[in-house]
Design a protein around this ligand. Structure first.
Ligand code: HEC
Length: 281
């Protein structure tokens, strides 16, 4: 009995020594790498280095690096251009996906939000901002702009054009194409002829629509640019309908035949912006 107990005590003693020894080794090992961890070779952000020839510690991306999910350089959908026969990028008069009514409606909605401030709802370039002094925006219905390929509109929205800022941050590529498609519809709404519509449908000019509805001839005439000096203009209404065409009164700034809405649409006098009859709206 007694020998067994002293054997146990001895074993415990040995275990304790082994434990202490291990702890001491660990302490030595840690102390050994202490200096290495402190003086580890590294680049401090935004600080130069003599290691690279250009003295920049932050390295530029390897040419051709593509972030995950962003391989969008070379397709028509993202650039609006294709590489033509001569090796240069060219625009094309085509959408990268089939046009449907849903696409056109989306395009109309986006156009009305992003483009009308300058180009106006009918695309004549006399939007509200232009009324206030901005450079006259392009008339999308004139011969030059009607002759442009669809992807040119996409390109202009993506990169801007002259005084026009780009809209690549605000409008997704798919929506830019939808707007481009809608611009075509807008142009057609002002220039369609009988050959453009299915048999049994007739195309009427804005003038004849206005006459048939008993509207004044001015309804179908192009809008005028303001002649009044900007400083002489009344302040912009803070809410509700813009003050540019007060119901029943000729506006000093713009000749929108607003009071001439079709009979039976009394509310439209104050609640709708002027849009020529026959326009999709
Ligand atoms: C802030 C005003 C403004 C907005 C908003 C605006 N544009 Fe423009 N846009 C202009 C001006 C100004 C020009 C004429 C640029 C010039 O000649 O310097 C122009 C020109 C254009 C042109 C003609 C380019 C050419 O080759 O002649 C197209 C197409 C066009 N805009 C489409 C759009 C579309 C589509 C939108 C909506 C996404 C839009 N713009 C929004 C001001 C604007």
């Amino acid at each position: 009995m007694t020998t067994e107990r002293s054997n146990q005590a001895q074993r415990k003693n040995v275990q304790r020594w082994i434990g202490l020894g291990a702890a001491a080794m660990m302490a030595l090992a840690v102390a050994g790498c202490r200096q290495d961890m402190h003086n580890e070779p590294k680049f401090v952000p935004q600080r130069g280095t003599t290691f690279f020839a250009d003295h920049r510690s932050a390295r530029p991306q390897v040419a051709g690096t593509v972030a995950r999910g962003q391989l969008d350089e070379d397709t028509y959908f993202y650039t609006g251009t294709v590489i033509g026969a001569n090796g240069y990028r060219e625009e094309r008069d085509a959408l990268p996906f089939p046009v449907t009514m849903t696409v056109l409606e989306r395009g109309q909605e986006r156009y009305n939000i992003y483009c009308t401030p300058c180009h106006s709802r009918v695309g004549n370039g006399l939007g509200a901002i232009v009324q206030r002094g901005y450079k006259t925006a392009a008339n999308l219905n004139d011969d030059v702009h009607r002759a442009q390929p669809l992807s040119h509109y996409f390109y202009v929205m993506t990169h801007g054009f002259g005084a026009m800022p780009d809209y690549s941050a605000q409008i997704t590529p798919a929506d830019r194409w939808a707007i481009a498609a809608y611009i075509r519809a807008l142009q057609l709404s002002q220039h369609a002829n009988q050959a453009d519509v299915p048999a049994g449908t007739t195309v009427s000019s804005l003038k004849s629509v206005a006459e048939a509805k008993g509207l004044p001839a001015s309804f179908a005439e192009p809008w005028e640019l303001p002649t009044t000096a900007i400083s002489a203009l009344p302040p912009v209404a803070s809410e509700g309908t813009p003050s540019m065409a007060p119901a029943g009164a000729a506006s000093p700034r713009i000749q929108i035949p607003h009071e001439a809405m079709p009979k039976g649409s009394a509310t439209s006098k104050t609640s709708k912006p002027a849009t020529p009859a026959g326009m999709a709206n």
